[in-house]
Ligand binder design. Structure first.
Ligand SMILES: [Zn+2]
Length: 340
């Protein structure tokens, strides 16, 4: 099969890879209907995360079960499925509590490289959710978004305790930040402040339910949020970047007693203990337990009450993956969908 392999910073190649096979009786192999490039794929692409060996890329996937291991019960060949980027058993105490991304037997699906024609998914019963029948092809981008960016934005909103009547601020205008805006709207937030300085992203944030746009960042952004909330800060802040600046901006934009949901993959973030102590905010974050939300998200997509697939503003054949990475790196595209 063909698949994307990153050989070094900026060096994306689509090459022949071995067809995946069932390795454990709990595995399935799926034929991908669509896959995509993640903002987190840009960290190694830019050389910020080292690339020590040629690495298969991609951890977002939606497609049709081609083959299922002998112990798989919940899905069967022919089913259209979506899964999380973290495979989970669904049975351990951590999974049962809803934190499947930190399952006691977790396996990163991305290690198998989802930017490809086929993908082996381990622990299928605890990882995959089937759609209700074959989806309308027009829904596939939205179903693919549920695999990571929508599920991650949703977790950010849940972790930030978004509820009806609350004021929410979202730090970060990538696909996750934009879909956190959508999640906040669905969860009933009264006011949703998107922090973005890029016009196409501001437009999408407004379409997804943002009520206000703040273009300032860092301490100026914090001052704006305070000004807009009677000096208190937001009730709920979603951090969707993962840098020192964005994390501090999120914490400082939150009122005492408020909640920060942080879902940007942290890179060299150091939290000052004294400031954290006196901030008196709730902090919850990490790799999103997407599997917890998938059944609900799939239903909302199927009944067309949400359209998260709009974050894909560039669609390319898998063979042009390198162009898709470049467009995201240069911020010409929010998110690239790849058609195998
Ligand atoms: Zn588990």
């Amino acid at each position: 099969m063909r698949g994307v392999v990153l050989h070094g910073p900026g060096d994306v190649r689509v090459e022949q890879r071995d067809d995946p096979e069932i390795a454990a009786p709990t595995d399935v192999v799926i034929r991908l209907a669509a896959t995509c490039v993640c903002g987190s794929d840009l960290w190694p692409y830019r050389g910020i995360e080292p690339v020590r060996r040629p690495s298969p890329m991609g951890h977002e996937y939606a497609g049709i079960v081609e083959e299922a291991g002998s112990e798989v019960r919940s899905v069967k060949p022919g089913d259209f499925v979506i899964g999380s980027f973290m495979a989970s058993d669904g049975t351990c105490e951590i999974c049962q509590a809803g934190y499947q991304s930190r399952c006691a037997h977790v396996e990163p699906v991305g290690a198998n490289g989802a930017q490809a024609e086929y993908l082996r998914v381990p622990l299928a019963d605890g990882t995959l959710v089937a759609t209700h029948g074959q989806p309308d092809p027009a829904l596939i981008p939205s179903l693919l978004a549920a695999s990571d960016v929508l599920g991650t934005g949703w977790f950010g909103a849940v972790a930030a305790d978004v509820r009806p009547g609350k004021t929410v601020a979202v730090v970060g205008d990538g696909a996750v930040g934009l879909l956190a805006v959508l999640a906040a709207r669905e969860l009933g937030a009264e006011r949703i402040i998107a922090m973005s300085r890029h016009e196409p992203r501001q437009k999408l944030a407004l379409e997804f339910g943002a009520t206000d746009i703040v273009t300032e960042r860092g301490d100026d952004g914090v001052a704006r949020i305070k000004e807009m909330t009677g000096g208190y800060g937001a009730h709920s802040v979603i951090e969707a970047v993962g840098t020192q600046e964005s994390m501090m901006q999120a914490i400082r934009s939150t009122r005492p007693g408020g909640h920060v949901g942080y879902v940007g993959v942290a890179h060299d973030v150091q939290l000052p203990g004294d400031e954290l102590f006196f901030a008196e905010v709730h902090l919850l974050g990490g790799p999103a337990p997407v599997r917890r939300f998938l059944p609900d998200l799939i239903s909302r997509i199927e009944d067309r009450s949400i359209g998260p697939g709009k974050v894909f503003d560039l669609t390319l054949p898998l063979d042009q993956a390198a162009d898709g990475y470049r467009a995201m790196d240069e911020r010409r595209a929010i998110k690239t969908l790849l058609r195998p």
